[in-house]
Design a protein around this ligand. Structure first.
Ligand SMILES: [Zn+2]
Length: 262
């Protein structure tokens, strides 16, 4: 009897917790796709493929030094605007791909605001999401994102995102590459029981950084898999449909000791 009462109390506690942070239950097979670094292939290859499958996604923009101006490697801001007009989320990855944990507070803010200004200059609304370059972050990074009114920030860590436990500025993800098909398929299978799977992708292909490259063939096979198996594929800001982010920011204590790198 005592055990049953404890069980019932536990269940009602979780239901209460859910009611605060979750607007609705997290369905199984919910995947967030995110694309980093403003690669030219995001506009030429990725966006049309995502549209074909009716998938949404977030594109984290920076002006990657030293060759950002080379439009064979990186998107122009006019192309980024097209992504936004297609309904994709355009978000912030710092102006020059700076590891913000190594910057002074004012320099970090400058790097983040510079991308907001670039977005504004082509009529894209202020980004609500941030991705830490090289997954590098510290307590000050979280403070800055709060001050600049960001809703979500993505790191690494190769584990699913549990919106009841993971702080919205410490969203873990797996990085897709040409040579880790099995790892990513296993990751997709973890999108269940209240967990959301977030994937980081670089260029498809990535001309300048081949060590993070995903070939168009491998990328297509993942999209085909997600579509065939009825996954719902969304952007980070689409999480607003499920999560009361203000409540999550207020109530979840950030845990910087959990895996967030690689
Ligand atoms: Zn990056």
């Amino acid at each position: 009897m005592k055990k049953i009462i404890i069980l019932m109390l536990t269940i009602s506690f979780f239901k209460f917790g859910n009611a605060q942070i979750l607007k609705k239950e997290i369905p199984d097979k919910l995947v967030v796709l995110t694309f980093d670094d403003g690669c030219a292939s995001h506009h030429s290859i990725v966006a049309p493929l995502l549209k074909k499958y009716k998938f949404n996604a977030t594109f984290f923009m920076c002006e990657f030094p030293p060759n950002y101006k080379d439009s064979t490697k990186y998107m122009t801001w006019e192309q980024v605007k097209k992504l936004s007009e297609m309904g994709f989320e355009v978000a912030n990855h710092t102006l020059s791909h700076k590891h913000i944990n190594r910057l002074s507070k004012s320099h970090a803010i400058e790097e983040i605001r510079a991308i907001e200004a670039k977005c504004d200059s082509v009529g894209i609304s202020k980004p609500a999401s941030f991705a830490y370059p090289a997954y590098d972050l510290n307590a000050q990074s979280l403070e800055i994102l709060r001050e600049l009114n960001y809703k979500y920030a993505r790191a690494g860590g190769k584990r699913p995102y549990n919106p009841l436990e993971d702080h919205p500025y410490l969203i873990p993800s797996w990085a897709m590459k040409t040579d880790n098909i099995e790892l990513i398929r296993t990751a997709f299978s973890e999108a269940k029981n209240g967990n959301i799977v977030v994937i980081t992708v670089h260029g498809v292909p990535d001309i300048e950084h081949p060590w993070v490259d995903t070939s168009p063939e491998v990328f297509k096979s993942h999209l085909e898999f997600l579509s065939r198996n009825n996954y719902k594929v969304i952007s980070i800001s689409d999480l607003d449909d499920y999560i009361d982010v203000d409540e999550a920011l207020k109530t979840i204590i950030p845990d910087l000791d959990k895996p967030l790198k690689n």
